[in-house]
Design a protein around this ligand. Structure first.
Ligand code: HEC
Ligand code: HEC
Ligand code: HEC
Ligand code: HEC
Length: 544
C-alpha cells in the first residue's frame, strides 16, 4: 500500500532521502525547537531551512533577476481545508498556503497572481457546500484572481455553489475576484449567474494584462450528472477571441481535463503560455511538460502543493517571456508561528467554519447517514451498548483498552485547536467515536455519551445481544464470528493466515488511512503478520 506524505523523497532531485537515524534526529531537533504543530506532535519536515524562511534550494534554477510576475497555481483540493492533526507529518492546508504567499511576497517582492483549477470541495457528504464556500472565502483572502469548476463543483450542484458564494461576492453588481470560471458552459449566462467565461488581472508598471479562461474537457464533461449543465466542447476558439478582444497580453487556460486534453488545447492555441490541468495521480510531477512554448502544469491532489511559474523577460526575439517552474510542497514549516494567529485571517475563517458546522442546519452532525452494520443485517435487534458493558466479563481486554489511546479518542477532538469544536464535526467524529456510521451508533454527546471514543464495538460491532445472557443468541457461533472475524481458525495454513491478516490490516486502515495515519505500516510488515501497532493494543487473554 502506498503511503503518501511519509517519504520526503518521491524521487525528486530536490528531496533527499534520510536514514532512520537521521530522521529520528530531525524529529528530536524539531521537538526541542518547539516546532509542535497543532500541539499534538512533531515530525520530520521536508524543508532544510529554518522555520519562516523558504528553503534556499527552492528557485535555485531560476534566473538571478526579478520575474515580471509569478503565477501561483493550485487545484483539486477535494475539501481538505486544514490538516486534521491526526499525524504529525501532514501537508497542505489553506492556513499555510496563506503564509506561503505572504512569505514569497515579503522575501522576494514578487508580483503574485493566484489561480485554482477547481475541484475545491469533496464530491459528497453533508458539509461539501459549506466547505466550498469556506474555501472560496479563503481564496478571496489569499487574493486569488480566478477559480475553475470541475466534477466536484458540478456535484454541489454548481448552481448552489454560485448562489452561496459568487452571488454574495459582488460590488455594484460586478463580480469580484476570485472569479468562478466555467468558460464552456453552453447555457446563457443568466442560467448560471456568477459563472464567468474569462477573468483578467490588469497590468501596470511593465506587468502585462493577464487573461484567464477555463474549459471543461470531454473527459470531465462526461462525468457530469446534473441534467441542467450542458458543455460546449468547441468553445475554445470563442474564449480565445474573447481574451484577445479584451487585450489580454499573457493568456492562461484552466483545463479541467487530462494532460492529453491539455496538450490538444495547447497545440490548437499556442498563444496560451500556461495550461493548468488535472493530475490523475495524488503526487504531481516535479517538472511541467512543454508543448512548444506552452507550459503544462499539474499540482496533485488535496492542496498539498502549489505550482509556481516565474515569468521572466525573454531574451529571444519574438519571445517576450521565459518561463521557469517550481513545485512547492506545503509542509509543517509554514504553519502560523505561536502567538501570530491574528495575522493569519484563514485561522479565523476556520474557526467560523467550525462554529457553523456545530450550529448551522441544526448542527451538521445529525445529517450524517447511518446504515446497518453487518451484525445488524443478520441480527436486526443488535444495538450499540458501550464499552462499560463489556468490562465485567472481559476484564483483561477492558484494562488494555482503557489504557490505550482508543479510549481517549473523543477527548482529542474536544481539546483540538486551530480550529476548535472538532467534536461537532462528523468528518472528525467518524473515526474518533463508536459506530457513527451505523444504526444506534454514536450521535452526539447528549444522546450517546457511552459511545464516545474508539470503543470495543468500533471493532467488534454492536454488542447488545452478546452482553445479554438471557438472549438465546448471546453466544451463538454465527454472532461470535461476526464479532471477531479475525480469530485464528484451527489448522490454519500459511496462505489462510496471510488472507486473515490482510483483512485485519484493511480493517484498521478504515481509520488508520493514508491521510490520518501517514506512518501506518511503515516499514511494511511481512504478509501474514498483524499490523505493526497491534502489540500496543493486543488484548488477547494471556492465559489462552
Ligand atoms: C479516517 C479516520 C480519521 C478521521 C476522519 C479523523 N481522524 Fe484523527 N486520528 C485518526 C487516527 C487513526 C489517529 C491516530 C494516528 C496515529 O497514531 O498516527 C488520529 C489522531 C488524531 C490526533 C492526534 C491524537 C494524539 O494522540 O496525538 C488528532 C489531534 C486528531 N486525530 C484530530 C482529528 C480531527 C480534528 C479530525 C477532523 C478534521 C480527525 N482527527 C479526523 C483517524 C481519523
Ligand atoms: C456476560 C458476560 C459477557 C459480556 C458482558 C461480554 N462478553 Fe464477550 N464473551 C463472553 C464469553 C463467555 C465469550 C466466549 C464465547 C464462546 O467462545 O462461546 C465471549 C467472547 C467474546 C469475543 C470473542 C469471540 C470469538 O469467537 O473470538 C469477543 C470479540 C467479545 N466477546 C466481545 C465482547 C464485547 C465487545 C462486549 C461488550 C459489548 C462483550 N464481549 C461483553 C462473555 C461476555
Ligand atoms: C474507528 C476508527 C479506528 C479503528 C477501526 C482503529 N483505530 Fe487505532 N486509533 C484510532 C484513533 C482515532 C486513534 C487516535 C486516538 C487519539 O489519540 O485521539 C487511534 C490510535 C491507535 C493507536 C495509538 C497510536 C499512538 O499514537 O499511540 C494504536 C496503536 C492503534 N490505534 C492501533 C490500531 C489497530 C492495530 C487497529 C486495528 C486492529 C486500529 N487501531 C483500528 C481509530 C481507530
Ligand atoms: C481497534 C480494534 C479493537 C478494539 C477497540 C477492541 N478489540 Fe477486541 N479484538 C480486536 C481484534 C483484531 C482481535 C483479535 C483477533 C484475533 O486474532 O483473534 C480482538 C480480540 C478480542 C477478543 C478475543 C480474545 C481472545 O483471547 O480470544 C475479545 C474477548 C475482545 N477482543 C474483546 C474486546 C473488548 C471487551 C474490547 C473493549 C474493552 C475490545 N475487544 C476492543 C480488535 C479490537
Amino acid at each position: 500500500m502506498v503511503k503518501e506524505d511519509q517519504d520526503p523523497g518521491h524521487g525528486g532531485n530536490h528531496h533527499r532521502k534520510r536514514t532512520a537515524g537521521h530522521r529520528a534526529m530531525v524529529v528530536l531537533f524539531l521537538c526541542i525547537a518547539g516546532l509542535l504543530w497543532y500541539g499534538i506532535g512533531c515530525g520530520p519536515q521536508f524543508g532544510d531551512g529554518p522555520a519562516g524562511k523558504s528553503p534556499s534550494r527552492l528557485f535555485h534554477d531560476w534566473p538571478n533577476r526579478k520575474p515580471v510576475f509569478v503565477l501561483l497555481l493550485s487545484g483539486q483540493q477535494y475539501g481538505y481545508l486544514q490538516p486534521c492533526g491526526c499525524s504529525p507529518i501532514q501537508y497542505g492546508g489553506l492556513e499555510r498556503r496563506f503564509n506561503v504567499i505572504q512569505q514569497l511576497k515579503k522575501e522576494h517582492g514578487w508580483h503574485l497572481v493566484a489561480l485554482d483549477l477547481g475541484d475545491i470541495p469533496q464530491p459528497r457528504g453533508p458539509q461539501k457546500l459549506l466547505k466550498y464556500v469556506t474555501s472560496m472565502e479563503a481564496l478571496k483572502r489569499l487574493d486569488y484572481t480566478a477559480v475553475g469548476v470541475g466534477e466536484n463543483e458540478f456535484m454541489l450542484p454548481l448552481i448552489e455553489g454560485l448562489a452561496n458564494f459568487s452571488l454574495n461576492n459582488q460590488v455594484n453588481d460586478v463580480f469580484q475576484p476570485p472569479h468562478v470560471l466555467a468558460g464552456n458552459l453552453l447555457q446563457p449566462k443568466n442560467e448560471f449567474p456568477g459563472a464567468e467565461t474569462v477573468a483578467f488581472r490588469e497590468g501596470a508598471n511593465g506587468i502585462p494584462k493577464i487573461g484567464v479562461t477555463s474549459m471543461v474537457a470531454p473527459s470531465v464533461a462526461q462525468t457530469i450528472k446534473d441534467p441542467t449543465v450542458k458543455i460546449d466542447s468547441d468553445a475554445l476558439p470563442r474564449l480565445f477571441k474573447e481574451l484577445q478582444n479584451k487585450k489580454a497580453e499573457f493568456k492562461v487556460l484552466l483545463c479541467q481535463g487530462t494532460e492529453q486534453e491539455a496538450k490538444q488545447y495547447a497545440t490548437a492555441h499556442p498563444d496560451f503560455r500556461v495550461v493548468l490541468h488535472l493530475s490523475l495521480e495524488e503526487e504531481p510531477p516535479e517538472r511541467p511538460a512543454m508543448v512548444g512554448n506552452t507550459m503544462l502544469v499539474s499540482v496533485g491532489h488535496k492542496g498539498r502543493y502549489v505550482g509556481l511559474v516565474g515569468v521572466f523577460p525573454g531574451n529571444q526575439p519574438g519571445q517576450p517571456y521565459e518561463l521557469y517552474y517550481q513545485l512547492m510542497k506545503i509542509g509543517p514549516e509554514y504553519k502560523t508561528p505561536p502567538g501570530q494567529d491574528a495575522a493569519n485571517p484563514i485561522l479565523a475563517l476556520m474557526e467560523e467554519y467550525a462554529q457553523k458546522v456545530k450550529n448551522d442546519n441544526g448542527g451538521y452532525l445529525q445529517h450524517f447517514a447511518q446504515t446497518k452494520h453487518p451484525i445488524q443485517i443478520q441480527f436486526p435487534d443488535a444495538k450499540y451498548v458501550g464499552s462499560e458493558a463489556c468490562k465485567k466479563c472481559h476484564e483483561h481486554a477492558y484494562d488494555v483498552w482503557k489504557k490505550s489511546k482508543h479510549a481517549h479518542a473523543f477527548n482529542t477532538l474536544v481539546t483540538a485547536t486551530r480550529p476548535s469544536l472538532r467534536q461537532f464535526d462528523g468528518e472528525c467524529v467518524v473515526c474518533h467515536v463508536t459506530g457513527f456510521e451505523y444504526l444506534t451508533g454514536y450521535r452526539n454527546e447528549q444522546a450517546t455519551p457511552n459511545l464516545k471514543d474508539v470503543g470495543c464495538e468500533s471493532c467488534h460491532g454492536p454488542g447488545s445481544i452478546h452482553v445479554d445472557k438471557k438472549n438465546p443468541n448471546w453466544r451463538k457461533r454465527q454472532l461470535l464470528e461476526l464479532m471477531n472475524p479475525y480469530k485464528t481458525p484451527p489448522d490454519e495454513t500459511a496462505k489462510q493466515k496471510e488472507q486473515r491478516m490482510l483483512k485485519l490490516h484493511i480493517f484498521c486502515q478504515h481509520c488508520h488511512d493514508t491521510d490520518n495515519d501517514v506512518g501506518w505500516n511503515n516499514p511494511p510488515v511481512k504478509p501474514g503478520e498483524p499490523p505493526a501497532r497491534w502489540p500496543e493494543i493486543n488484548h488477547m487473554n494471556p492465559k489462552e
